[in-house]
Design a protein around this ligand. Structure first.
Ligand code: S3P
Length: 172
């Protein structure tokens, strides 16, 4: 059975929407880590941050990563901060191909301003906070060898770009 395809990247980079399309195209199961954690905790991500704290959310992420590494062949959308813990990155690297989705800072901010439910962006305004976090995390995202720029692309176009890429060296 194939290895996982794992989409990571900053908030607003399109992980969930693109992941769903990839799963449909490749006929593989899809898992959105944030949604799975929300289901397990019976709380939204914002409520988890507010009531239980960010560390609890990060622990839930790490627990889920360990579980997912025992499965094969899924399309997985991580949360934007899942790779912050090196053990998550190492475990995910072993179980599949990690693809980091990028977009220009302007476009990410535009996408994020239209959304809600992201507790890390509540303070200081979306734009300031997104810029701050992007600067803090850019090295972590840069470390992922396979990157896809989604600037100006629809989710369907970005998914096609990924499919064209993975068609070349087949996933084992
Ligand atoms: C986070 C990103 C969110 C969610 C949580 C923390 C982050 O996921 O996991 O709010 O640290 O970047 P999305 O990237 O799907 O918004």
């Amino acid at each position: 059975m194939n290895k996982h395809i794992i989409l990571t990247g900053f908030m607003g980079s399109g992980k969930s929407a693109i992941g769903r399309i990839l799963a449909e195209r490749l006929k593989r199961p899809f898992l959105d880590m944030d949604s799975e954690i929300e289901k397990r905790c019976s709380l939204t991500v914002s409520e988890i941050f507010e009531k239980l704290g960010e560390e609890t959310f990060r622990d839930e992420e790490a627990k889920l990563v360990r579980e997912l590494c025992r499965k094969r062949g899924w399309i997985i959308a991580t949360g934007g901060g899942t790779l912050l813990r090196p053990e998550n990155r190492h475990a995910l690297e072993k179980s599949g191909r990690i693809i980091c989705l990028f977009a220009s800072e302007e476009e990410l901010i535009r996408r994020l301003k239209g959304g809600e439910g992201r507790p890390l962006l509540f303070e200081k305004g979306v734009e300031n906070r997104a810029k701050e976090l992007l600067a803090e995390r850019s090295q972590i995202y840069q470390q992922v060898p396979w990157k896809i720029d989604t600037t100006g692309l629809t989710s369907a176009q970005a998914a096609e770009k990924i499919l064209a890429g993975i068609a070349k060296p087949p996933l084992k």
